[in-house]
Write a protein that binds this ligand. Sequence first.
Ligand code: SF4
Length: 100
Amino acid sequence: MSKITRRQFNKLLGTGIAAIPASVLIAQLPSQAEDLPLVDPESATAKQLQYAAVTPDEGKRCDGCLLYAAADDEKGKCSIFPANLVPAEAWCSAYAPKPA
Ligand code: SF4
């Protein structure tokens, strides 16, 4: 059995990584926002902030809030709920309108 030197190992490793197209590596990365669950209205934070999955006031929706970052047309990220997504039509008492 032949021994492989550190130099040979590094060369093989470098060649192997270079052979994988960047697009394949990127496609393997987990989608950050799309995989998050929606906010549970029964969670402690949601209850504390009177979170509603459908806003009681059509003029105040998550997609009009300063803390909202759209993931797609229907939902987005909110810094109040970093482990979840919020529907665009939701609302909570931390609502802060985006500047006009
Ligand atoms: S702070 Fe409240 S209203 Fe604003 S995006 Fe987050 S959940 Fe929606």
